[in-house]
Design a protein around this ligand. Structure first.
Ligand SMILES: NC(=O)c1ccc[n+]([C@@H]2O[C@H](COP(=O)([O-])OP(=O)(O)OC[C@H]3O[C@@H](n4cnc5c(N)ncnc54)[C@H](O)[C@@H]3O)[C@@H](O)[C@H]2O)c1
Length: 382
């Protein structure tokens, strides 16, 4: 079979415990005036940030970013004369920072670039962006998109383009030690999903396969442990590796049903992205495996789910259904609530299923799901 693929990632990736301490030296020469995006509590990173020598304006990002947040932060950056954007925080912070860096480069409004409700113009220019994640996670430090919520349109969508890849990613597992169990659960299951979906994707490549397999193995080793004991540096390191590898994999092999649903649900109700993925993961995998058994039992999709099950369970004889059982048990152990807990009403199932079926992420799914199967996924995830 012909093999053809393209691969792109952040300009430079530094990984390791304590690596974030090198940040001040690393950003020297990348710009002269910085906009620094952090979470709601910039004081958490006071030590790290005190070393920055250049004039720096701080923008705290309190939650998942909206179009209005992106406009306001870009105005602040322009007023400051920023030619460099630094992000220290979770995926929300990284995505806002990547958006600002892009808008400083293109001179556009977020809606010019935003897909679905906006113009969807690819991002082809950006000032340098340095991404330092504090969750494991979204992998946003190595992806070529950023997600914004547009409450006016009731959707979450991406700005996307090669110029959105950060110039530098500094991944330090020690920065994730403070994540409370619910953030460890939601971001960790997001990271696991971002390795699983590219591995079973119809757009998988030999290069992403290797990364996604290793990322899944790290999640199998680290996720339950990191949730049980947040100070377990080895488990946190496994999850940080999983997160980076998931980000690289999704950026180069696309995703599937979980992310197709998560994007739609995130625009309708106030649910953290990772929680949405966590609630959708087991139902999506279960329905996909059953659909493949019924309609493509000898195809690559089922073989891929067998491999997923063997990596997650650590058993060489595991079947795809054993993988579903491992995921279901993990989601229960990590106390992940159903989507109903976030206000998703049962009577919205048809609307959500139809929108997820049309979502861009669904193009990577290993089999085309029927309308009834899509409804089953969302009904089970409630
Ligand atoms: N660009 C991409 O490729 C990509 C991929 C997946 C998701 N996303 C987006 O990323 C966002 C979600 O990011 P997330 O899951 O990292 O969550 P988040 O950034 O929203 O953070 C979740 C919570 O954890 C807190 N937090 C973060 N780091 C912490 C730490 N070290 N200690 C204690 N608390 C900490 C935050 O303050 C926040 O309250 C969503 O907007 C989602 O759409 C982007």
């Amino acid at each position: 079979m012909a093999v053809s693929f393209e691969f792109a990632t952040a300009g430079r990736i530094l990984f390791g415990a304590g690596r974030a301490e090198q940040l001040p030296g690393l950003v020297d020469g990348l710009g002269t005036r910085a906009l620094l995006c952090t979470g709601a509590h910039p004081e958490r990173h006071a030590g790290l940030l005190a070393g920055l020598a250049m004039p720096t304006e701080v923008v705290p990002v309190p939650g998942e970013p909206t179009v209005a947040d992106a406009r306001a932060a870009t105005e602040t950056a322009r007023a400051h004369g920023a030619d460099l954007v630094i992000a220290v925080g979770g995926g929300s912070v990284l995505d806002l920072a990547k958006t600002v860096a892009a808008l400083l480069g293109t001179g556009c409004d977020p809606l010019d670039h935003l897909e679905v409700p906006g113009g969807g113009r690819p991002v082809t220019a950006s000032v340098p962006c340095v991404a330092v994640p504090t969750t494991s996670g979204t992998g946003s430090e190595v992806t070529a998109n950023a997600v914004l919520n547009s409450p006016q349109h009731g959707v979450k969508a991406s700005l996307r383009g090669p110029a959105m890849l950060p110039r530098l990613a500094v991944v330090d597992p020690l920065l994730t030690l403070g994540c409370p169990p619910e953030v460890t659960a939601s971001s960790g299951l997001d990271a696991l999903t971002q390795c699983l979906e590219p591995l079973v994707s119809v757009l998988a490549t030999p290069l992403t396969d290797g990364l996604a397999r290793e990322g899944l193995a790290r999640a199998a080793a680290g996720l339950r442990r990191a949730h049980r004991d947040g100070s377990d540096v080895e488990a946190r390191t496994d999850m940080a590796v999983c997160s980076v590898l998931g980000g690289i994999s999704l950026a180069n092999a696309k995703l599937g049903a979980v992310h197709a649903f998560a994007g739609v649900v995130g625009g309708l109700v106030d649910v953290p992205h990772g929680m949405a993925c966590a609630a959708l993961l087991a139902p999506s995998v279960e329905v996909n495996v059953r659909a493949l058994r019924e309609r493509d039992p000898d195809g690559p999709g089922l073989r891929r789910f067998t491999e997923v099950a063997r990596i997650l369970t650590g058993r060489g004889d595991a079947r795809p259904e054993d993988g579903v059982a491992w995921i279901t048990e993990t989601v229960a152990r990590l106390d992940v609530p159903g989507l109903g807990a976030f206000g998703l009403a049962a009577d919205r199932a048809d609307e959500v299923a139809a929108a997820a079926g049309r979502a861009g992420s669904m193009r990577g799914n290993p089999i085309v799901l029927t309308a009834a199967e899509l409804r089953e996924v969302i009904a089970s995830a409630r």
